[in-house]
Design a protein around this ligand. Structure first.
Ligand code: S3P
Length: 173
């Protein structure tokens, strides 16, 4: 489908950005990209390996460079971000200046933490529960700056949210 709107999906680690993006792309019959996957492909190593070997600051530089490149060349209208991407002011500026609408997938810390704990994805920035909860609380005010907010309530799954986004943001279905 040829869509006018281009969106980025943001939200905390474990909220389900990638699976919502997958369902949404399926519903809208369009392409989607995941920024972490792009970084893994370009760097030829896992995100966790970059952070562990070179530190978070270097990872953020790599992330911003990849984001800018993807925004400039993106043919897909849906881009799911890493949990920290939107928290960087320069990244928010790039996203807006390239005409992307931002969608925050909001949920409780407990919901995210359950998914983090049971996921196979290694997340060095979510090593301990206390530390991760602090990060969650610090980031809320930044996620709040997104254009659209969708709350993931208990019992809602990523398909339901994708449906809501298709309906409200893309006026489809
Ligand atoms: C990060 C989230 C991760 C990944 C990296 C840093 C963060 O992506 O980009 O480990 O700072 O919140 P997910 O949100 O997909 O876990």
């Amino acid at each position: 489908m040829d869509l006018q709107q281009k969106i980025v999906l943001t939200g905390f680690m474990g909220v389900g950005k990638s699976s919502v993006a997958r369902h949404l792309a399926c519903l809208l019959d369009c392409e989607r990209l995941d920024l972490d996957d792009v970084i893994i492909h370009n760097e030829r190593r896992a995100i966790a390996d970059i952070i562990k070997a070179e530190g978070e600051a270097r990872f953020r530089q790599i992330e911003t460079a990849n984001l800018e490149n993807v925004l400039q060349n993106l043919s897909a209208p849906i881009l799911s971000l890493g949990g920290g991407t939107w928290t960087i002011a320069e990244n928010r500026r790039l996203i807006k200046s390239h005409g992307f609408i931002s969608v925050w997938l909001e949920s409780t810390f407990d919901h995210c933490w359950q998914n983090i704990k049971f996921s196979r994805k290694e997340r060095p920035l979510a090593a301990s529960k206390t530390q991760t909860q602090r990060l969650f609380e610090e980031r809320e005010k930044l996620y709040c700056l997104a254009d659209w907010h969708f709350i993931i309530k208990p019992g809602f799954n990523s398909y339901d949210i994708a449906n809501q986004i298709a309906e409200e943001v893309f006026c489809k279905i």
